[in-house]
Write a protein that binds this ligand. Sequence first.
Ligand code: SAM
Length: 229
Amino acid sequence: MLSNDEFYTLRSQMVEQQLVERGIHNPRVLDAMRRVPRHEFVTADLRHLAYRDCPLPIGDNQTISQPYVVALMTELVNLSGHERVLEVGTGSGYQAAVLCELAAQVYSLERHPRLAERAGQILARLGYNNIEIHVGDGSQGLPDMAPFDAILVTAAAPALPGPLRSQLHPQGGRMVLPVGDERRQFLEVVTRAGNRWEIEQTIPVRFVPLVGRYGFSGRAAFDDPESYV
Ligand code: SAM
């Protein structure tokens, strides 16, 4: 079992070698990635792998995303500290913790009750108190809490879900999400100005599916959780 100091060393190396070297440069994002203990969000048998350059299984056929992808999505959503943020796809709770470090209030939606409960317990134990976790179909967003200054979707959508689009704040609301088919998606950055939504495509990625009314059906052919980001 590694000590907290050893985990800290591994985390610092992760930030330098996997993030800084690949072009992540926002100091607030890098500091958050240095602070959040990723090993706390995986099961004990996988802790020694927590700072490797890969996703890891978290149960229910789902994954905690690769650190680089978490950092990139966080950098792209461009938080300055005052925002109300919606995350779709709580999973392990790791990305949510990074968002809690950088925004005023985070709402996170997860369709698997067991994952939501486990993530909630870990986040509470680590002292994050600016987060609410909800169980439900995140492709429909959280209309009662809208609008959101930022929305981050951590599962692949076949197209930009209409409800999420309309729950973005009309003045500069920003969303980052993977859009594409079962095999490959592009990370898109969507910026809202009134009734205009500007869409910028960034890198190719492969996420587990967003399963829901405005996502994929539960039967979509996403087969091998090991191959996702
Ligand atoms: N952000 C997570 C983390 O830091 O561990 C990783 C998320 S994992 C790649 C994708 C998550 O999206 C899974 O936990 C999955 O159950 C969830 N998901 C898929 N479809 C969903 C939906 N319609 N609503 C809410 N969560 C959904």
